[in-house]
Design a protein. Structure first.
Length: 277
């Protein structure tokens, strides 16, 4: 993929740097200097969040992520949390769009399974309790700054409606079972996905101390984009992706479908677990 190739070396450099950081800082050094380092796995449930009646979210999907954690402790209770997160997200959406074949222009229904991969630098404020037994509880809030390094998907299509020469709808021929039964094809989303993804991050978790500064960590985190992730993605405005929105055209005197740009973002609920050193 275009973006995947462009940032492949960048991704390798980030991961290599994260690994070296873990090796460089020993647990004793980290504790004395106010650093808290760790590694985590973060499976997630990801969903699409449509805007502007441009498409419909059909189904959420399970994805996977992992990361390097770097907490800068400026007191025992407060820290700035950062690091490197690598995660996949996406979801199943459905929209309507113009299409053309040898018979002319028509409207098709598209069911799209999105598969996105991001490298993200989080910047969050962490608030920690005193140790209760061997457990410390924490909350975090902040932002993430992500780069899209892979964007692809698979789609199914079927005819939704036929059009006359003026572009008005002649007959709706859509069938949801026909769309579900259609053959799936792989598509690139690289030129229709924005490179940068700013996000909001909210989380709650706990650290269970094992020995010294080593601890198991478990957290539930919500990560949602702050702006539309799409660009140059033409669709038709619709209600629930099955009912077109029409607008009167004074030139033709007809009620015509409304072409717009797809607007929406993705969010995910992550179950994070790992080791802090």
């Amino acid at each position: 993929m275009e973006q995947s190739t462009r940032f492949r070396n960048f991704l390798r450099t980030l991961l290599a740097t994260s690994g070296l950081a873990v090796l460089f800082f020993s647990p004793n050094d980290a504790q004395s200097q106010g650093y808290h380092l760790g590694l985590q796995l973060a499976p997630n449930i990801s969903m699409a969040e449509p805007r502007e009646l441009s498409h419909e979210a059909i189904q959420s999907e399970a994805h996977f992520g992992y990361g390097f954690v770097f907490d800068a402790m400026f007191t025992d209770k407060y820290a700035i949390g950062t690091g490197v997160n690598v995660f996949y997200n996406g979801g199943i959406t459905q929209h309507l769009a113009f299409q053309e074949d040898e018979n002319g222009l028509f409207i098709e229904a598209v069911q799209l399974v999105q598969q996105q991969q991001y490298v993200e630098i989080p910047l969050t404020f962490k608030m920690r309790t005193n140790e209760i037994g061997y457990t410390t509880y924490f909350g975090q809030f902040g932002a993430g700054f992500g780069l899209n390094v892979r964007s692809e998907g698979s789609q199914k299509t079927t005819s939704f409606a036929t059009l006359d020469s003026l572009g008005s709808v002649m007959e709706v021929v859509f069938s949801q079972p026909a769309l579900e039964a259609a053959e799936s094809e792989q598509v690139s989303m690289a030129d229709r996905t924005r490179l940068f993804r700013p996000s909001m991050i909210i989380g709650l978790g706990a650290e269970r101390r094992l020995t010294g500064s080593t601890a198991l960590v478990f957290a539930l985190r919500y990560n949602v984009g702050l702006r539309s992730q799409y660009e140059d993605f033409g669709v038709l405005q619709s209600q629930a992706a099955e009912s077109l929105v029409f607008e009167f055209d004074s030139t033709t005197g007809e009620e015509l479908p409304v072409p717009i740009q797809m607007q929406g973002k993705t969010g995910q609920i992550e179950l994070c677990f790992g080791l802090m050193f």
